[in-house]
Design a protein around this ligand. Structure first.
Ligand code: ADP
Length: 438
């Protein structure tokens, strides 16, 4: 459509709106397009003799309405561009460019996905409709513009109301969140206060516990120490009474004296064990760190334990240690192994009791394995408690005190290591002492 006189600006505005409507743009976009075209037309016409508006549909995946307004004034872009800044906001893209024989303002607007398909028949139809288009008077156009303005103002008011409502909702939500936050922080503070109080109580309790445990240890140490002398005296006196050089006893008296002696001997070993344990618990045992000669330790164990192997069905195997040096306390280590081996011999009716040693990483493990009665898994920790003995387990020789394992575990701890057990009923037991090598 050519633009020659001012009147044409109204006409092209109407035409622009018609085109926008025909190709499927929505009402607001129709107004935007019409406004952009009439504004570009007005600016162009104000400085040049004439112009021309062309509407094209291009499609590169998405169909686009392209409106090109051109005049035959070369180099007019410099004049036009600064005046069209606002217009660019009404369309998707706007370019002002100089061409060989004139200047062109090109505006693009993408068509919505809901727009009807623009087949060539539909395009023909649109062209025919537009050709029949009878332009209204400027007054008509003014009234249309007024209506559009009213609609736009309505829309603005509606959006402002929406915004106010949203703001109110947001404020409400914020208030809720703040209230929740305060409530949570109060609850947290409350909980924290509770936890702090609990910790203080726990500290008190553990101080009391430590004091009680120290008192127990002191008591055990003192009592067992005080008992040792009289019990030793009873054993000595019993021996004297039974001695051949003393006055002869009746058979019954002899039996009773022997009973007193053996009870006193049991009592002495209990007292000795208690004293050992109390000393270990009170931290009164200081390891004497030195290079340990394992061959010598094992040799000594072989010698002292052989007399305990009273059954031909049981074999005591103390392997040759094939290890480099170990830094530890020889006496305490021998004591631990002796306790474990004595136990193994006590609870093994047939098979073997074996002591071996092996390096594991930076540590060394001593393993005492037997083929005896075994210990049910639920009692694996209890046997390390003082005086605990597996119910129904009967020692094959000698009565125990239930203090050997707790003592052995204490000593292993003192040497920087640990003592553990693996065992199942009927499958024997394996006690392992793990110590640092240096
Ligand atoms: P004691 O041997 O003097 O009874 P311990 O503390 O050495 O005390 O052992 C506690 C208990 O653990 C034993 O009474 C016994 O029931 C069980 N026990 C220890 N070693 C073995 C073992 N090698 N095989 C089976 N049971 C064992």
């Amino acid at each position: 459509m050519p633009l020659r006189i001012e009147q044409d600006i109204f006409v092209v505005r109407q035409l622009g709106r018609e085109v926008a409507r025909a190709v499927g743009l929505e009402a607001q976009d129709q107004t935007r397009m019409a406004t952009a075209i009439s504004e570009v037309g007005r600016v162009m016409l104000a400085g040049g003799p004439q112009a021309e508006v062309a509407f094209t549909i291009t499609s590169n995946g998405v169909p686009v309405l392209e409106v090109a307004v051109r005049n035959p004034v070369p180099g007019d872009a410099a004049r036009l561009a600064p005046q069209l800044g606002q217009v660019g906001r009404l369309v998707d893209t706007m370019e002002v460019g100089d061409e060989e024989n004139g200047t062109v303002v090109r505006m693009l607007r993408r068509l919505p996905a809901s727009a009807p398909e623009l087949t060539s028949e539909r395009m023909e139809e649109i062209r025919a409709d537009l050709a029949r288009h009878v332009p209204g008077t400027p007054l008509d156009e003014l009234s249309v513009q007024n209506q559009q303005l009213i609609a736009a103002l309505d829309e603005v008011r509606r959006q402002r109301d929406d915004l106010a409502r949203l703001n109110a909702e947001l404020e409400e939500t914020n208030r809720g969140v703040m209230a929740l936050y305060h409530q949570l922080s109060e609850e947290l503070e409350e909980t924290n206060r509770g936890v702090v109080a609990l910790y203080a109580e726990l500290d008190d309790k553990s101080v009391q516990l430590r004091a009680a445990s120290e008192a127990k240890t002191r008591f055990l140490a003192n009592v067992s120490h005080e008992l040792r002398a009289p019990v030793t005296a009873i054993i000595g006196l019993g021996r004297l009474l039974a001695d051949a050089s003393s006055d002869a006893l009746t058979e019954e008296q002899g039996r009773q004296v022997e009973l007193i002696r053996s009870s006193a001997t049991d009592l002495l070993s209990l007292v000795n064990d208690l004293l050992d344990l109390a000393k270990a618990e009170a931290g009164r045992i200081e390891p004497n760190w030195a290079d340990v000669d394992l061959k010598a330790v094992f040799g000594q164990l072989r010698g002292t334990l052989r007399p305990l192997v009273t059954r031909p069905e049981v074999e005591l195997i103390i392997e040759e240690p094939a290890l480099p040096a170990l830094r530890s306390d020889e006496v305490l280590l021998a004591q631990i192994l002796r306790n474990l081996l004595t136990n193994a011999l006590k609870f093994t009716a047939a098979g073997s009791v074996r002591l071996s040693v092996r390096p594991v990483g930076d540590d060394i493990e001593f393993v005492v394995a037997d083929t005896g009665a075994g210990i049910p898994p639920e009692l694996h920790e209890r046997i390390f408690e003082e005086f605990y003995q597996v119910p129904g387990s009967t020692a094959l020789n000698g009565k125990g005190t239930g203090l050997g394992l707790p003592y052995a575990r204490r000593l292993a701890g003192l040497l920087g290591g640990a003592l553990r057990v693996e065992s199942a009923v009927g499958e024997g037991s394996t006690f392992t002492v793990r110590l640092p090598a240096s």
